[in-house]
Design a protein around this ligand. Sequence first.
Ligand SMILES: Cc1cc2nc3c(=O)[nH]c(=O)nc-3n(C[C@H](O)[C@H](O)[C@H](O)COP(=O)(O)OP(=O)(O)OC[C@H]3O[C@@H](n4cnc5c(N)ncnc54)[C@H](O)[C@@H]3O)c2cc1C
Length: 434
Amino acid sequence: MNLQSSDSFPNVAVIGAGAAGYFAAITCAESFRRARVVILEASRQPLYKVGISGGGRCNVTNNNFEIERLLQGYPRGHKELIGPFQRFATRDTVNWFAARGVKLKAEADGRMFPISDDSATIIKCLEEAAEKAGVHVWLHARVDAVQTREISGFTISLKEGEVQEFDRVLIATGSSPSGYKIAQSLGHTIVPPVPSLFTFNIKDNRLRDFAGLSFEDAHLELRFPDDKHLKWSGPLLITHWGLSGPAVLKLSAWGARLLYASRYQAELVVNFLGTMSNADVLQRMRDYRNEFPKRTIVGHNFLPIVKRYWERTVRRAGIDDDTSWSHITREQMQQIADELTQAVFVVTGKGEFKDEFVTAGGVKLKEVDFRSMESRLRPGLYFAGEVLDIDGITGGYNFQAAWSTGWVAGKSIGLVQDYGKNESGNQGTENNDE
Ligand SMILES: Cc1cc2nc3c(=O)[nH]c(=O)nc-3n(C[C@H](O)[C@H](O)[C@H](O)COP(=O)(O)OP(=O)(O)OC[C@H]3O[C@@H](n4cnc5c(N)ncnc54)[C@H](O)[C@@H]3O)c2cc1C
């Protein structure tokens, strides 16, 4: 295949056949019909993470259609994503896939999946769109180095020793260390990568044998020894190893750096009853005792908490199964209220969340122009997706960042206006539907 550039339209290399790379390549090829776009992919399986994402269902995006609220889902990148989201956000993702025959549906918690509930549908859609737009995909093409050419453009060295020349290069290598290395070699700063979206390991008898038990709206506070703390509310799930569920995953995202620095040691204060305060619970217990003094405490749980958890909490307060409400002591009531609204657990490590995982850290955001996703340091070099220091909470936010930054990069990378070799002044925006 001849990859030498034509007189006025660029050869574009996209490094990485993930969500961001594919989206950028398709957008570029659809918008600039005469640009040559090739994706260089190290592995033999393009879109691998799309395939395994969302437990094999691919949580493509979130039905959070308001940009301001959407931005709140990004612990890192919320300011920089304002511009890209104004041009291509969640609704655009839904429309983009619908226009290519893939309908998305929203679940109660806002996550959006293909109606087939199968990530293969998304892979097929992206592959077909790429083929139709004329994108070339090279598999087993691991990029080892990227160097700038003397006047403009880049030389790409592949692992096998092959060398190719391109006019524009987009790095969309996800969290791969090789992508960070290439970006660094071109002068970019890498914010050290750390894991985000994980569960909390907690060994505690209060949770023993309760794996699978969930609480609809718990309030969590993560406390660190240096007095730093983070709060989040939402569904909470007990697992074999500790705690998980959306509230924990969101805390793990916002606290990714603090948790890494503390080696995943912290205190977690849990209010299993969400917004109900300690005083509220005490008052409700007194009222219940006055109204139903003869009922047993263990057998009569009037609070919005799972029955089994209530029973264990009551027994842990030293209350026998046949003790009635009239016999509860003040201390016992206080202990139950404390255990339900301010239970302290010790986090001893991080666990794995199999449905989604992402890396915080990557190319420093100040070094990238988010109007085009072009490097501020190297003209002609672009970035999209997880290689950037952007990550989202669980729920489709990470793919959305990949689609949006990929789309913006694709709309810019084929532009000819600054293109050194184009002396005709041709803007090259043929078929650019923006
Ligand atoms: C198990 C799991 C489930 C997930 N589920 C979801 C979900 O449901 N919803 C959601 O929003 N997010 C999900 N995520 C996160 C989401 O997958 C990522 O945020 C997203 O894939 C990032 O896209 P990307 O294109 O930037 O990077 P990637 O998808 O990682 O793609 C990068 C590509 O670059 C290639 N590459 C790397 N280095 C080189 C090189 N030197 N030369 C050539 N090629 C190279 C890699 O092989 C890879 O194919 C999940 C992640 C995991 C791990």
